[in-house]
Design a protein. Structure first.
Length: 198
């Protein structure tokens, strides 16, 4: 993997330097950010999987995430199978990442873009780096799809921040997401996402 030149992006009026591998033109597309807390149940996972398969048909959209929590990982695999365009935000330097042959191929074909806020000098992953990675996902996204945001979770805090900044936030209708829906997030349906972002 040969990292491309660093990129400058603006997050809340503040410039942030990013390093990338792949086609940076992907960032000019409408990006649906996907985040999820670690807490899930089988019903929520099934609803999320069905929705993601539908959203993957919106070829004008690309998807951005850290793809780290269990439900995010599942979402990532669903989107790969559907050959969606995907941005992967990682909390470590690109020179410390080993990709599968399939992901290497997709990066080369412009289907996958790797991004990080960590310079090549960063040696290890920190909790702060993971938190900033999620902030990068929110900052890049045109809208945010929150799969799981139970009360007290960092995911709920991030989603509320997105709402305060006027960003469209969608969440799966489920008891775990009751607080977020009460804060003004839209029910995550194909129609709602397509109307707002498509």
């Amino acid at each position: 993997m040969n990292p491309s030149a660093d990129l400058a992006q603006s997050f809340g009026g503040k410039a942030r330097k990013l390093w990338g591998a792949g086609d940076p033109a992907m960032l000019s597309r409408r990006l649906l950010g996907i985040i999820s807390a670690r807490q899930i149940d089988s019903d929520l996972a099934l609803k999320s999987a069905k929705l993601l398969k539908e959203l993957a048909s919106l070829h004008e959209l690309a998807f951005v995430g850290g793809w780290h929590s269990p439900l995010e990982e599942e979402a990532f695999h669903i989107l790969l199978v559907q050959t969606a365009t995907i941005v992967i935000c990682v909390p470590k330097a690109l020179n410390r990442i080993v990709l599968s042959a399939d992901l290497e191929r997709r990066v080369g074909q412009g289907q996958v873009l790797l991004l990080t806020h960590c310079s090549p000098k960063v040696k290890r992953i920190s909790r702060d780096a993971s938190t900033r990675r999620n902030e990068v996902v929110r900052g890049l996204a045109t809208g945010l799809l929150v799969l799981s945001a139970p009360a007290g979770s960092a995911t709920l805090t991030l989603a509320k921040s997105a709402l305060r900044h006027g960003q469209p936030v969608f969440t799966v209708e489920h008891s775990m997401n009751r607080d977020l829906l009460g804060c003004g997030a839209l029910p995550a349906t194909f129609g709602n996402v397509r109307a707002a972002l498509g």
